[in-house]
Design a binder for this molecule. Structure first.
Ligand code: AMP
Ligand code: MG
Length: 500
């Protein structure tokens, strides 16, 4: 640690072990963060810092310097990772961390290796024309949404800190600058594999695949074909992940291959959003004009992205490329079924079913189409159904969610008939449903209000309040009732923007 910290007798706040930095030089570019003028710690995620085994007290004191990039702790080996990617279907052979710098890796208190990355700490060799900086708004958005996802039980990168730089960034207008500290199981993307494939660097792909197996999928090493097993394992985690997104009404917004991890964590919260009214065609992203990444398109896009990953692995899967293609195709075709299994299992839980019947899919789909026709709020519908499962007197509240309550009432009677063949009691069913159907999601208008207050008034109280509500999404809290509500017509946010 620095001299100042040694003098105070404090132990180093982070202990690094940087395995990525030990990979071949083609994998990254070493890059020191650029200093910030007047860093100020907006938020330190203390429970996460403790989970990572960091010295929370030292970080409270020195977090502004460390998480702005002004103070590079001993043992850090800052670098920008190389990657490529398909952006909206078009292949870009070189992207890379243009505004992100990996400080290093720590082993958390559960023994898991985690990346600590600064986002917005200055330019890197991959910045192209970008400034490597981040504006406060997108930093707060990523902080809120990643923590909300985690609290919902959806695998996601985490927010460790947000720091204000005291310096403007120049977009269409000057905006307050900030740095976001992100924690991930790793930052390896489908696009990382594509980077080496685009260069015909089979040794690079093999080194990366071996590294990913070691770090994320050690069981694949013992499979008959480890690289095919790796591919299957990534497909399985992504199938499970995307199903979870759909269960909570989440729209990622930019499912480019460079924004898809191989670990199965949600990453790169840019123009993402949770939907209010249920609409499978919903898109929020200002840059997604053709609706490529609409809510219901996400499983298909996930499969498309994974096919791109499969292509990069072909030289490792079999020397005979025809056989390799055949084997990879089987895995890719299975993705649809893998996804469907996860999705249906979760949807059954959402409507309180513990047994499995053929008609369940139809029952679920009929609820979804009734919601769509009735412009029902996705989150409120399932939350109210969960209460209704245990207390019949709340039926009116459930029906109110629909513009056309008659159809919803009809669906309820179908649902109740199905429940006769369930073994669970009403009380058990309601409790289980309340545990999977959140009361609180990171509603877009609330995020927007928190960002506006922070950016325009340097008022972080809405940001803090929202984080507190979203930390326990499955518990009813009378004082938070307003946070359950969908936006009023004048509060609706129809578009979200990229972090740049
Ligand atoms: P994203 O849309 O955030 O997934 O980023 C796509 C690519 O643009 C990545 O290579 C980023 O590193 C790069 N990028 C985004 N914003 C900036 C910025 N402000 N400065 C430099 N590079 C950036
Ligand atoms: Mg990205």
């Amino acid at each position: 640690m620095t001299q100042a910290l040694q003098d105070t007798g404090a132990r180093a706040p982070l202990t690094f072990d940087n395995s990525y930095a030990r990979l071949p030089a083609t994998f990254f570019a070493r890059q020191t963060p650029s200093p910030a003028a007047e860093p100020w710690l907006i938020k330190l995620n203390e429970p996460l810092a403790a989970e990572l085994g960091l010295d929370v007290e030292a970080l409270k004191r020195d977090g502004a310097a460390i998480f702005s990039g002004n103070l590079v702790p001993d043992g850090a080996d800052p670098l920008a990772m190389a990657y490529a990617g398909h952006q909206f279907g078009n292949f870009v052979p070189q992207l890379g961390d243009g505004r992100a710098i990996l400080l290093g890796e720590v082993i958390d208190t559960r023994g898991n290796r985690r990346d600590i990355q600064l986002k917005g700490a200055g330019a890197t060799p991959y910045s192209r024309r970008g400034d490597g900086r981040a504006a406060l708004g997108p930093v707060l958005r990523e902080y809120i949404v990643s923590e909300a996802m985690h609290a919902l039980g959806v695998p996601a990168t985490r927010a460790l800190a947000a720091v204000s730089t005291g310096q403007p960034v120049y977009r269409e207008q000057p905006l307050p600058g900030a740095v976001f500290t992100r924690v991930a199981a790793s930052h390896i993307r489908v696009g990382t594999f594509q980077f080496f494939a685009a260069r015909g660097d089979t040794d690079g792909i093999r080194a990366l695949a071996d590294y990913v197996i070691e770090r994320h999928y050690p069981e694949a090493r013992h499979a008959a074909n480890p690289y095919l097993a790796l591919f299957e394992a990534v497909c399985e985690r992504q199938a499970a992940l995307i199903a979870r997104w759909l269960h909570v009404g989440f729209i990622h917004g930019v499912m480019n291959t460079d924004n898809m991890t191989v670990s199965g964590e949600t990453i790169d919260f840019g123009p993402c959003a949770f939907m209010d009214d249920y609409d499978p065609a919903m898109v929020f992203s200002s840059i997604d004009q053709n609706g490529r990444y609409a809510y219901a398109s996400q499983p298909g896009i996930g499969q498309w992205n994974l096919a791109r990953l499969g292509e990069t692995l072909l030289p490792l899967i079999d020397e005979d490329q025809e056989k390799a293609v055949e084997a990879a195709n089987v895995v890719i075709k299975d993705f649809g079924e893998r996804f469907q299994i996860h999705w249906l299992r979760g949807m059954r839980e959402k409507i309180g079913l513990t047994s499995v019947e053929d008609g369940d899919l139809d029952l679920i789909q009929s609820l979804l189409s009734t919601m769509q026709a009735g412009k029902a709020d996705f989150t409120l519908t399932f939350r109210r159904l969960s209460h209704l499962a245990g207390d019949g007197s709340t039926e009116a509240a459930f029906l109110e969610t629909f513009a056309e309550p008659a159809a919803a009432k009809e669906w309820l009677s179908r649902w109740r008939q199905r429940l006769w063949r369930e073994m669970t009691t009403d009380t058990e069913r309601s409790a289980a449903m309340l545990g999977v159907n959140p009361a609180f999601i990171a509603r877009n208008h609330r995020i927007e209000q928190a960002i506006v207050a922070a950016v325009e008034e340097a008022d972080f109280s809405l940001f803090e309040a929202l984080l507190a509500v979203l930390a326990r999404p499955y518990e009813d809290h009378a004082e938070f009732t307003a946070y359950m509500q969908p936006p009023k017509p004048y509060e609706r946010v129809l578009q979200t923007f990229c972090g740049t």
